[in-house]
Ligand binder design. Structure first.
Ligand code: PMP
Ligand code: GLU
Length: 397
């Protein structure tokens, strides 16, 4: 069958693919130390589950308005007002089936052939593929580990062309855990305003910050900036709700209307029951998030210390999200009993096959020197996994 060219431009999500492989191995009885999945190992908070149960019992199991129920859209509006001082009308807020779906609606509404989207590297896997699916071109901005993956506004300015539509701002960042300081956000905002570009601010890890840091949405830097920013967020990470599939976008009315129209002709509403649950998460979930993040903090220190103690590995301390992103270039070129490890993908395959440790290689994030390990997993798994990594790296000659 002759398929559409766009289908041939992308690969399956490599993070989801590695997570599925690790889960299948575990289901077949193999003892896997799984660092692949970007999802909290915590259970969804009880009051959130209770709201979903109540929704089922009350028969709240039918179609809802395609853009989401009023109660949830208002909970989102209140949250953005309360936390960031941002003001949105209901027509500027769209609830979708996860933040990934919010981003997809956005890409469909915004991009066409020849358009360019600037993506800082390393980047979350789906930004580039969703751009390609919509016939547009990802333009990559290299950032450097030694600068804490900071964005240089002058470098980004050099990448702007008449075809540039938007810039991705993902702070805290998956996979690096880096966060952008206020000066960087201000420079990006200035650029967006002066060149009339859209800022796509993916804030899904906004609550996973350490050392008392708090999140600033770039949209909060002023009305001119808010008018050019679409905030993307969801309940997956902050409230351990990855499977419920609720994300949202808030931004300029014309863009959000186009996204809502696309959603109404494609998926219709996100799950009615999950929407009821998400209202409770957004209104009452922050005490849960705080406890979860303090546990992530403990794990972050353990995993990063263990990684840095291994020869050939260098791992900065992430300031947000729940990923360690060690540089493994010191191991590349070494030999394992089964062959030469030339790339992070070779290393990830070696770790999975020979030591049953699941990590995601750096290539799909735009790096050929790193691997990504999620520490949203138990301390016990972290200790067991680090022991195996230690043994695996010592076998390389
Ligand atoms: N953005 C980033 C940076 C992510 O890591 C994820 C992970 N799933 C998403 C968006 C999408 O999250 P979800 O679709 O579960 O809301
Ligand atoms: N975002 C998570 C991750 O990076 C979940 C998988 C995905 O949606 O890509 O692992």
């Amino acid at each position: 069958m002759k398929l559409a060219a766009r289908a041939g431009r992308i690969t399956p999500s490599p993070t989801l693919a590695m997570a599925a492989t690790a889960k299948a191995m575990a289901a077949s009885g193999i003892d896997v130390a799984d660092f692949s999945s970007g999802e909290p190992d915590f259970d969804t908070p009880e009051p959130v589950k209770a709201a979903a149960e109540a929704a089922i019992r009350a028969g709240f199991t039918k179609y809802t308005p395609s853009s989401g129920i009023d109660e949830l859209r208002h909970a989102i509006i209140d949250k953005l007002q309360r936390e960031q001082g941002l003001h949105y009308e209901k027509s500027q807020v769209l609830v979708s089936c996860g933040a990934k779906h919010s981003l997809y609606n956005l890409a469909e509404a915004l991009l066409e052939a020849g358009d360019e989207l600037i993506i800082p590297v390393p980047y979350w896997v789906s930004y580039a593929d969703q751009t390609l699916l919509n016939d547009a071109t990802p333009v990559f901005l290299q950032t450097r580990e030694e600068d804490g993956y900071a964005i240089d506004a002058q470098e980004i300015t050099r990448l702007v062309t008449p075809r540039t539509k938007a810039i991705i701002v993902n702070s805290p960042c998956n996979p690096t855990g880096a966060t952008y300081n206020r000066a960087t956000l201000e420079q990006l905002a200035e650029l967006a305003v002066s060149r009339d570009l859209l800022l796509i601010s993916d804030e899904i890890y906004e609550k996973v910050l350490y050392n008392g840091a708090t999140h600033t949405s770039i949209a909060s830097l002023g009305p001119e900036v808010a008018a050019r920013t679409v905030v993307i967020n969801g309940v997956s990470k902050a409230y351990a709700m990855t499977g419920w599939r609720i994300g949202y976008a808030a931004g300029p009315k014309d863009l959000l209307t186009a996204m809502a129209n696309i959603q109404s002709q494609s998926t219709s509403n996100p799950c009615s029951i999950s929407q009821k649950a998400a209202v409770v998460a957004l209104r009452e979930g922050d005490a849960f998030t705080k406890k979860m993040v303090s546990e992530f903090d403990r794990r972050r220190r353990v995993i990063v210390d263990r990684l840095n103690a291994m020869s050939g590995i260098r791992c900065p301390m992430p300031s947000g999200a729940f990923y360690a992103f060690p540089n493994v270039s010191g191991l590349l070129g070494r030999k394992s009993p089964t062959g030469t490890i030339s790339t992070p993908t070779d290393l990830a395959n070696y770790l999975l096959k020979e030591f049953q440790v699941a990590v995601v290689p750096g290539e799909p994030f735009g790096s050929n020197q790193h691997i990504r390990l999620s520490y949203a997993t138990s301390l016990e798994t972290i200790v067991r996994g680090m022991d195996r990594l230690d043994a695996a790296f010592k076998q390389l000659t």
